[in-house]
Design a protein around this ligand. Structure first.
Ligand SMILES: Cc1cc2nc3c(=O)[nH]c(=O)nc-3n(C[C@H](O)[C@H](O)[C@H](O)COP(=O)(O)OP(=O)(O)OC[C@H]3O[C@@H](n4cnc5c(N)ncnc54)[C@H](O)[C@@H]3O)c2cc1C
Length: 411
């Protein structure tokens, strides 16, 4: 019997995770991307494998914080007002999901994926190598103000409820763990289970090379359409037509048009974020840090610090504007005096964000031989391998490793 053929469209953290797990099942897999694999959104993130993500972007707190979030010039959230005619339906759906009951659903759906993601990453690294690029130093969240200390305490309780390993640190303990920090922080919460990828773009490149060495096919082309074909699927690209038994749509923030055509009801927005690379002669911190009061992350990455910030609601093709992320630099140096003053490079990308913060992992309602795997928002690097495992369950028609109801395309 010939092997089942699957075409995976999109070679980001999600598509690569999917391709490798399908290949691991003995399927004949083709990975199609119009750009270099792993070099779009999945290239520029903070590299955190966040297996302890208990707080979702959807929270009733958003209503209290909204005026400041939307209008303060230093807010990590920025709404591009000119793009509002396109982004307004998403924003309204997002706010709707910040009410108590839907926000709780989002949080639970996120926790289920986040918790199971560490194991999926370990399986992937064990099979394909790349362990030298991943460490498990945890993630330190820091708070200066009373309000953020209270938020961290709330998060600590949620971590305990979920049976996760989080250690509360007072000011002295923060200083002992990260001595290069200025003594500004009242408290810290050390999420000890989280991992960190050193330069995600390079790790993903390595994984794609392994995929090819193990017999996977790579196609550099733009996919324009996915259609039903005799006992399978036709994937129409700019230059050819490819046939397979199944296809997977994993095109990250560019998924909206094809996903809608295939019957998904989930809206998608390009929630942009930025990074700046600060070269360091010596690395001043031992693990990624998140400063709750200003909402940015600083992560060791090779011989540089990567500062990531920003949640900008805009159209995907609106030009980036680094003003705010550069504005964070003065703040970074106030709490980490050893941080470099030079910016070696900068980057802008777009998180594929749904209004309830959860991805779509489901058969396409109008073409069930296509599996939708997009919308991973703030956690696509974390959830890529697990998504691969779940997509393999759907294609193999096995009961999935997790209940996929929260990630339905028609939720
Ligand atoms: C500043 C920032 C920090 C972040 N930090 C973290 C973090 O620490 N941890 C974490 O887990 N997540 C983080 N994220 C989120 C994470 O980066 C994303 O969720 C993830 O990269 C999305 O992966 P993806 O594979 O869905 O999309 P992408 O990586 O964008 O991949 C999609 C691919 O599809 C291709 N494509 C699109 N359309 C077509 C088409 N028509 N034909 C062919 N190819 C196509 C693209 O070229 C691209 O390669 C962060 C994001 C940002 C912006």
């Amino acid at each position: 019997m010939s092997r089942q053929r699957v075409i995976v469209v999109g070679a980001g953290a999600v598509g690569i995770g999917v391709a490798l797990f399908l290949q691991g099942e003995g399927l004949d897999v083709t990975l199609v991307d119009r750009a270099e694999p792993g070099q779009q959104t999945s290239f520029g993130n903070a590299g955190i494998i966040s297996v302890q993500s208990v707080s979702s972007i959807n929270s009733p707190d958003v209503f209290r914080k909204l005026p400041k979030l939307a209008f303060s010039p230093t807010s990590p959230l920025r709404i591009r007002w000119r793009d509002l005619p396109w982004t307004m339906p998403w924003l309204l759906a997002f706010l709707n999901n910040c009410r108590e009951a839907p926000a709780l659903r989002s949080s639970l759906g996120q926790v289920a994926l986040s918790k199971a993601s560490g194991e999926a990453w370990r399986v992937l690294l064990q099979r394909h190598g790349g362990n030298d690029r991943v460490t498990w130093p945890g993630w330190l969240k820091l708070a200066e103000s009373k309000a953020e200390v209270a938020s961290l305490q709330h998060e600590r309780r949620r971590q305990e409820e979920e049976g996760l390993h989080a250690e509360w640190l007072d000011a002295d303990q923060v200083a002992a763990l990260e001595p290069a920090l200025a003594p500004r922080f009242a408290a810290g919460l050390w999420l000890k289970g989280n991992g960190q990828v050193d330069r995600p773009g390079e790790l993903l490149q390595h994984l794609v090379e392994r995929f090819a060495v193990e017999g996977g096919r790579l196609v550099a082309d733009e996919v324009r359409d996915l259609r039903s074909a005799a006992s399978g699927v036709e994937v129409v690209t700019s230059r050819r037509s490819l046939r397979a038994d199944h296809a997977v749509l994993a095109t990250g923030p560019w998924s909206a048009r094809l996903a809608r055509k295939l019957g998904s009801r989930q809206r998608l927005v390009a929630e942009r974020g930025y990074h700046l690379m600060l070269p360091q002669a010596e690395m001043p911190i031992g693990r990624p840090l998140y400063v709750a009061d200003t909402g940015f992350v600083l992560a060791p990455m090779g011989d540089a610090l990567r500062l990531t910030a920003g949640a900008e609601i805009a159209r995907i093709d609106t030009p980036g504007d680094e003003t705010r992320v550069r504005g964070c630099l003065a703040e970074v140096r106030r709490w980490l005096p050893a941080a470099a003053t030079e910016v070696a490079s900068s980057w802008v990308g777009a998180r594929p964000s749904t209004p309830d913060g959860l991805p779509v992992i489901d058969r396409a309602p109008r073409l069930p031989r296509v599996v939708l795997a997009y919308g991973h928002g703030h956690l696509g690097l974390t959830m890529g391998p697990l998504t691969g495992r779940l997509v393999a369950d759907l294609i193999r028609e096995r009961p999935p490793a997790l209940d996929l109801t929260p990630y339905s395309a028609v939720r």
